[in-house]
Design a protein around this ligand. Structure first.
Ligand code: DHB
Length: 308
């Protein structure tokens, strides 16, 4: 069985979409609902609807993707209203929120208190693409200040989407903040921010916003994602679940995330490339690996990475 549970919320499959690709409109969310994905996660909502950055703003390469979408989304109320429609699908609906200010995040979380049919909130501390807005997750004191305010109001299970960290003391510093709050989960990782993909033939950048700089996803981010999953799995309170995200395009990639400690695994770039069939294909591949290894469920190997 690929079933898992996060903060008391049961998922029939540990695989679902990353917030970002193909989860902005009700039709896209329905498609995730109708797929084998274990949950439906919305595009990060801002208080007001946004058009996002100018196009082209997403570009795919053989090894992954670069994006600078700029939080195009239908606005908070739209994703709140979608919750009643999500009821038709026998799986949790999780809302991602990414306010343009701490106050906006607090206002949205207040409005979610006591809402039915929303299983959890993924608070995004790591959007790299809004010009002039630093990533909250890279500022430990700002992260603490926001979580302090958020936990005065939240009633639903709440987790945070983190940026990737690269320096070992930074893991300790962020873990010390996160361990002070009753988080349901942390999702590791968002895209590696502000990479640059160029086309040598045309001698040009490939996306328009921010002089071509954007968040990197896909194959190259898997080692960074696994490091972040593993570090936070070892550093965080055991009642905070880790959700892995980064470089998953096969059952073997998902297996690696779970071995590092993930309770569930999100799929971003590969979902964008392949569509909803990625959830059934990767589930089948993961199931085959588990069968070969004699693991009946994901808790049989979750977090059990061996050291030398
Ligand atoms: C966007 C990108 C992100 O990585 C994120 O976490 C939120 C929003 C975007 O550009 O739309």
């Amino acid at each position: 069985s690929l079933a898992t549970s996060i903060a008391g919320v049961s998922l029939s499959s540990c695989l679902y979409n990353a917030s970002g690709p193909l989860c902005t409109t009700a039709e896209e969310l329905d498609a995730i609902g109708n797929s084998e994905a274990g949950a439906i996660l919305s595009k990060s909502a801002t208080l007001e609807k946004r058009a996002g950055n100018p196009e082209p703003r997403y570009f795919e390469t053989p090894w992954g993707s670069i994006n600078s979408m700029g939080l195009p989304n239908e606005g908070f109320q739209y994703y709140l209203d979608y919750a009643s429609r999500a009821e038709a699908f026998a799986k949790p609906y999780i809302m991602s929120i990414s306010g343009l200010s701490h106050q906006d995040n607090v206002d949205m979380i207040k409005a979610l208190a006591g809402q039915k049919h929303i299983a959890a909130i993924e608070l995004n501390l790591s959007c790299p693409n809004v010009p002039g807005k630093p990533q909250t997750g890279y500022d430990f004191e700002q992260s603490r200040a926001l979580l302090q305010r958020v936990f005065e109001h939240v009633s639903l299970p709440l987790g945070v989407k983190l940026p990737p960290y690269f320096d070992l003391p930074h893991f300790d510093m962020m873990a010390a903040v996160l361990n002070d709050y009753p988080l349901a989960f942390v999702t590791c990782v968002n895209s590696i921010g502000n990479g640059l993909v160029i086309d040598p033939e045309s001698e040009s950048v490939v996306i328009k916003p921010k002089s071509g700089f954007g968040g990197i996803g896909g194959d190259f981010i898997k080692p960074t994602a696994l490091a972040n999953v593993r570090k936070f799995y070892t550093l965080l309170n055991k009642d905070i679940a880790i959700i892995g995200c980064g470089g998953v395009k096969s059952g073997l990639d998902a297996f690696e995330h779970i071995l590092c400690g993930a309770s569930a695994v999100q799929i971003g770039t590969q979902f964008m490339r392949e569509g909803t069939t990625c959830f059934s294909r990767i589930a089948r591949e993961l199931g085959e690996i588990m069968q070969q290894k004699g693991y009946a469920d994901i808790t049989s190997f979750q977090g059990k990475l061996r050291s030398l």
